[in-house]
Write a protein that binds this ligand. Structure first.
Ligand SMILES: NC(=O)c1ccc[n+]([C@@H]2O[C@H](COP(=O)([O-])OP(=O)(O)OC[C@H]3O[C@@H](n4cnc5c(N)ncnc54)[C@H](OP(=O)(O)O)[C@@H]3O)[C@@H](O)[C@H]2O)c1
Length: 171
């Protein structure tokens, strides 16, 4: 089972403004994000990302099992392609493996990203660096105790101003 993390970031490492707005990413970032989630067939996100994606009209993400991590009992009005769960990161991956998925797609936000990487559960990271900087926001990884080196697998220019970095996490 391979686990991918995919994020669009500002040049100073934020994935959203302090109020949760993440609409600074490019069309090309969004397209590539959707392509990767469709290929994986699943998308794992935290409650705050679910709330923000719902506000922006992206939820549920198409052609993928949407797994939302939350301790709250939320109403599922979407049916079988949406799952609200309080499983641990490890148990979510075991669940997806059991369902027959060979790739797990992690879509943030910062808290979820940290909870997976600190348990060594992320294999590859895609980062689309957008030509934006703002002084306050939500960082790609919430503060936590971990440290990894990465191997650069590929770089791609997504448009005139956006670079995609693809890394392997050395474990
Ligand atoms: N630029 C991008 O590519 C991108 C991508 C994704 C998200 N974002 C942005 O990231 C922001 C959200 O990031 P965030 O760090 O604030 O929050 P988050 O990681 O999306 O969600 C965190 C919340 O999810 C729940 N949760 C996480 N792990 C859990 C587990 N194992 N079991 C049960 N519940 C769990 C907890 O909520 P409860 O305990 O309260 O249920 C936790 O407070 C949004 O503003 C979004 O727009 C940006």
């Amino acid at each position: 089972m391979k686990t991918l993390l995919y994020m669009g970031i500002t040049i100073n490492g934020y994935i959203a403004k302090a109020d949760g707005d993440s609409q600074f990413t490019s069309e090309e970032d969004l397209k590539s994000f959707f392509d990767h989630s469709k290929n994986a067939g699943n998308i794992i996100m935290g409650k705050n990302t679910f709330i923000e994606a719902s506000k922006q009209g992206y939820f549920p993400f198409p052609e993928a099992l949407n797994v939302v991590l939350t301790h709250e009992k939320l109403d599922n009005k979407w049916g079988r392609n949406v799952l609200f769960t309080d499983k641990s990161p490890k148990d979510v991956l075991a669940f997806l493996k059991e369902k027959g998925f060979d790739t797990a797609f992690i879509a943030g936000g910062g808290k979820v990203n940290s909870s997976f990487i600190k348990e060594k559960l992320i294999d590859e990271i895609y980062i689309d660096v957008e030509p934006v900087v703002f002084g306050r926001g939500i960082p790609i990884f919430a503060e936590s105790d971990f440290e990894f080196e990465l191997k650069l697998l590929e770089t791609k220019k997504l448009n005139e101003n956006t670079i995609q970095l693809h890394y392997q996490v050395i474990k």
